[in-house]
Ligand binder design. Sequence first.
Ligand code: DCP
Ligand code: CA
Ligand code: CA
Length: 367
Amino acid sequence: MQSRVIILADLDYFFAQCEELRNSALRGKPVVVGMYSGRTEDSGAVSTSNYEAREHGVKSGIPLFLAKKRLEGTDAVFLPVDYDYYQQISDKIMQVLRGYADAFEQVGIDEAYLDVTMRTSGDFEAAKALVQEMKRAVKSQVGVTFSAGIAPNKLVAKIASDIQKPDGVTTVLPGEVKGFLAPLQVSRLLGVGKKTSAKMEALGIKTIGDLAGYDPQRLIELFGKTLGVYFHNAANGVDNDIVQEAGEAESISRISTLKENTRDIAAITEKTNQQIEEISQELAQRDVSFKQVGIIAIMTDLTARSRMQTLEQPTRDLETLRRVARELFEKFLGDSTLEVRRVGVKVSQFTKEEKQQRQLTSFFQNG
Ligand code: DCP
Ligand code: CA
Ligand code: CA
């Protein structure tokens, strides 16, 4: 399978840039947007600041009184957070960006992932040109700049977007992923906070490269299965998470009525195999694999029952789906005495497989 082309666009110094947008007299001056707690005149924290203010060590999260002190003697402007206004600007920008994506996923108020694999035919040079076009469009239609990362997956695109700011672009080609990540601090990875990075440092793991080379079995012992597997995959630049609109269907399912009420597994699987045929086509269209299979049965008394199974590995194999659905129905019929009226099949937990990269799951299976 060819590599995906994923963009993460992150708006520059967003709240402060919005303030500059509505009042151009602010441009060139240090601008600090603060969350005032109201206890005293200066109590509260910095929400964000523009790059002029950052030169004085003023950044998100520091106390406002400290920001005041650091900006003493400058023509700095302090403003309170106006969330509704930033939301309006964000909505406009997201609408523009959405037009450039095969699939679009907004994250928070100032970031969005774009899957542009199809429209660029998987070509990263085309993606770079596309980002320049997006930048021009957002600048001319809304008046705001953003920085972007272009990479084979969301994890790397996000980290790349942080490298050149403001108004920058960083591209990481599929073959460059490991080398790009290796020298970076582990704290760049989502989920590695102060506590975790301290724990890792005590183990001699400082960089993402250190983490990538660390024994995965040991990581699981230290951090548990879920986190251990995630850390290993993330450090190796493996991330199959798909770009998906929040609220977009995260499952594919079919349900239909049987010719007659029955407890006959052959009659049931005849119906579900038709459904599975359709589900399989949709999986191919969306280019996703699934990890979870569910069945549903509506009984003659109209109660609904469901059963679910999570697979060892994601798959899109038709035979596997047929087999698992059949097994679930066989078990289910053993648990009930009623006849079945309607049946359904559902697949969920979608991923996009990057076959060329070694997966921890297969790593364990092969020893
Ligand atoms: N924000 C906040 N408090 C924080 C961090 C962020 O209120 N501790 C708000 C203000 C930011 C917005 O969220 O403008 C987006 O956060 P980012 O982390 O993306 O930071 P900026 O967009 O401000 O700056 P950058 O140019 O580094 O992306
Ligand atoms: Ca930002
Ligand atoms: Ca952000």
